[in-house]
Ligand binder design. Structure first.
Ligand SMILES: [Zn+2]
Length: 202
């Protein structure tokens, strides 16, 4: 089963082909510069690509004995709208019973669904990309406040600057990405090479 998970090179090719990963010279709304840009929803607009990526991630969870033994009484949870297609795809592949997603409202992350204490089954948190890990951390806190236990966590792309474990579980990923960020243009390699810059919205 392990060899049915595409390599990170293959996943990166899929992201590149769909426009979800680009290389160049990007200036982000935060003012930071980087030579790479991820816009994951561009990959998830193609149903077949979305399915391949979600199924691949689900296989990593199937290999975890603790998770496999608790299925199907498991909840798959996305920290934000970007992770919703991943959550649906992973839920489908694992036949997990529940699905939830959180959104930010007035600066606070919360579940759109009304959830009572004890209603959430053991949780797998999934996202499309983990850059800093803060969205995952906030979601873990929400889940734990509702009395649920986190048994798994995973993402399609994981920046190597983000934590590798959360709530005592390893963060699974299909791609471990060496992210390069420059706080200012003076530090930016591409600025110094006079590569034309592109300002991005997200
Ligand atoms: Zn720059």
């Amino acid at each position: 089963m392990v060899n049915l998970i595409p390599t990170s090179e293959v996943v990166m090719q899929m992201l590149q082909r769909t426009g979800a990963f680009r290389e160049g010279h990007f200036v982000h709304p935060s003012g930071k510069h980087s030579p790479h840009y991820f816009q994951m929803p561009l990959a998830f607009r193609y149903y077949d690509t979305a399915r391949v990526l979600a199924v691949a991630l689900s296989r990593k969870f199937r290999l975890d004995k603790d998770i496999a033994s608790q299925l199907p009484k498991v909840a798959v949870i996305s920290p934000s709208s970007g992770g919703i297609p991943v959550a649906f795809g992973v839920r489908e592949a694992l036949s997990a019973e529940q699905i939830y997603w959180a959104e930010r409202e007035d600066g606070k992350r919360m579940f759109r669904q009304y959830i009572n204490q004890g209603e959430i089954q053991p949780v797998i948190i999934v996202d499309d990309i983990i850059r800093s890990g803060s969205a995952i951390e906030e979601t873990v806190k929400l889940v734990q406040e509702l009395g649920a236990k986190v048994i798994g966590c995973g993402t399609i792309v994981h920046f190597d600057s983000a934590p590798t474990t959360i709530a005592d579980v390893p963060i699974q990923s299909l791609v471990e990405f060496n992210a390069k960020w420059y706080a200012t243009g003076e530090e930016c390699v591409e600025c110094n090479k006079s590569v034309p810059e592109e300002r991005v919205r997200f």
